[in-house]
Design a protein around this ligand. Structure first.
Ligand code: NAD
Length: 449
């Protein structure tokens, strides 16, 4: 199927208003849930082939997450879609006003490979819940998961409602030549710019879910053992190929030694057997090589299996090459500090990250870091887990992205909030009409000051 056929079918179908009915939207979401549920084995198999992700990890970070997003939307959809009635101001007396969310139309979702199901299907769920039609282009970098999504979705859905088109740069470029009502992109900042430019040609609004270097602060009063446990899990989950993974640590130098010891113990407990089921491959040779070049130290790795062991860079400096770009792999630089103000200023001078984490028992210090730094989202005494709370918007700021989603925020992202004023016809104030007399001007001054 070509993008031209799919898009014209979706435009024609959207114009019938069928997608606006709550029952229709719920039916699409239920169908998607049932299709995923019935084919879990295929989904697990494909992701294992792409990068050895285990069933547990796939369920916890991808499939379970999607079921939750669908269930939240099914439960709340009718309420979210209701018009919100508001008071009008005095200039419009007598009247009332309301805001009603309406679907945007035909939207394009471009997914990333690192959580291929979650990052392709969660935006699609939000778009369907809001009554849009969806063209989904998953990442070609994870070819089996892309192909399994194409076959499961294209066999269950009418292409005029939800359709997967596969492909790489060439196919995506061709898709981007067309006008959509919104483009939702997850991926790198570099490609984000290309998407933004293509969208600008059609004045298409975009959501850009990008990356960045997410700092993790470990202060002197942190609960060291627990901080190490949570950080080790969040960093080495998916072999560090997580957009909100702690990219680097800044640790108070008084506890640096103890923290590194605790981190090593946790790595040994959680990820000792890198060839086993609990550890994930690097997605491809290009990234395997990129990580070796970036680290500039010998890594414990296996080229044929594309495995890189969890690696700490214990004496990292701000000027190191590892501190220049997002790592997106299982390498964790650790920088010691002795002045919190100074380290906050250094982080603040860098591009705004997607996430930020603070480990401390001091509410004041945690609040200070949260207030002073701008970042997409984050956590105090945890990492990554803020993403799992569907009541929180998920997205970046500045260089880490534009817009957000999850739960109600996803619904709003794919809706236009239409504002309507309803005037009564029983009487009419003559103030606004010509002739513009002096007393009318005085009355206006009294109203507006
Ligand atoms: P990428 O930017 O290379 O690719 C993402 C998508 O863009 C793919 O579908 C790909 O086919 C398409 N694409 C690539 N080059 C293109 C081009 N020239 N023209 C048009 N389309 C093109 O990103 P990636 O390697 O898949 O993912 C890694 C990056 O994504 C990291 O920076 C990571 O932090 C970020 N990321 C962000 C989030 C988030 O939610 N904010 C989630 C996951 C990953």
């Amino acid at each position: 199927m070509t993008i031209e056929t799919v898009l014209s079918a979706q435009r024609a179908f959207f114009a019938t208003n069928a997608t606006k009915s709550i029952a229709f939207r719920k039916a699409q979401l239920s169908k998607l849930r049932a299709q995923l549920k019935a084919n879990e084995a295929l989904l697990f198999e494909a992701i294992y082939e792409d990068f050895h992700k285990s069933v547990f990890e796939t369920y916890a970070t991808e499939i379970g997450f999607l079921y939750h997003e669908i269930d939240v939307a099914l439960k709340n959809l009718a309420r979210w879609s209701k018009p919100k009635r508001l008071w009008s101001d005095i200039a419009n007396f007598p009247s009332f006003s309301y805001i009603v969310p309406e679907p945007l139309g035909c939207v394009l979702v471009i997914g990333a490979w690192n959580y291929p199901y979650q990052l392709s299907l969660a935006p699609a769920i939000a778009a369907l819940a809001s009554g849009n039609t969806v063209v989904l282009k998953p990442s070609e970098i994870a070819p089996r998961t892309s192909s399994v999504m194409a076959s499961l979705i294209n066999s269950a859905f009418e292409p005029n409602t939800f359709c997967v088109l596969e492909g790489g740069v060439e196919e995506t470029t061709a898709i981007l030549a067309h006008a959509f009502d919104k483009i939702f992109f997850t991926g790198s900042t570099a490609v984000g710019r290309i998407i933004y430019e293509a969208a600008a040609k059609h004045l298409t609004p975009v959501v850009l879910e990008l990356g960045g270097k997410s700092p993790t602060f470990v202060l002197a009063d942190a609960h060291i053992a627990l901080a190490a446990k949570r950080i080790a899990w969040a960093k080495f989950l998916n072999a560090g190929q997580t957009c909100i993974a702690p990219d680097y640590i800044v640790v108070d130098k008084r506890i640096k030694g103890l923290f590194i010891e605790a981190l090593k113990r946790e790595i040994a407990t959680q990820f000792q057997d890198i060839e086993g089921e609990n550890y994930v491959q690097i997605i491809n040779e290009r990234n395997f090589k990129r990580l070796h070049d970036l680290a500039q130290i010998p890594l414990v790795s296996d080229k044929t299996k594309r495995l890189i062991a969890p690696t700490l860079i214990e004496e990292a400096q701000w000027e190191d090459s590892i501190m220049s770009d997002e790592i997106f792999g299982p390498i964790l630089p650790i920088i010691a500090f002795d002045d919190l103000e100074e380290v906050i200023a250094t982080v603040k001078a860098r591009p705004k990250p997607l996430a930020c984490y603070v480990y401390t028992q001091s509410k004041i210090n945690a609040q200070k870091i949260i207030d002073e730094l701008s970042f997409g989202g984050g956590a105090v005494n945890d990492s990554v887990m803020h993403l799992t709370n569907s009541r929180l918007p998920f997205g970046g700021v500045g260089a880490s992205g534009i817009g957000s989603y999850h739960g109600k925020y996803g619904f709003d992202t794919f809706s236009h909030h239409k504002s309507v004023l309803v005037k009564w016809s029983r009487f009419e104030l003559s103030l606004k009409y010509a002739p513009y007399t002096r007393w009318k001007y005085r009355v206006m001054q009294r109203i507006f000051g």
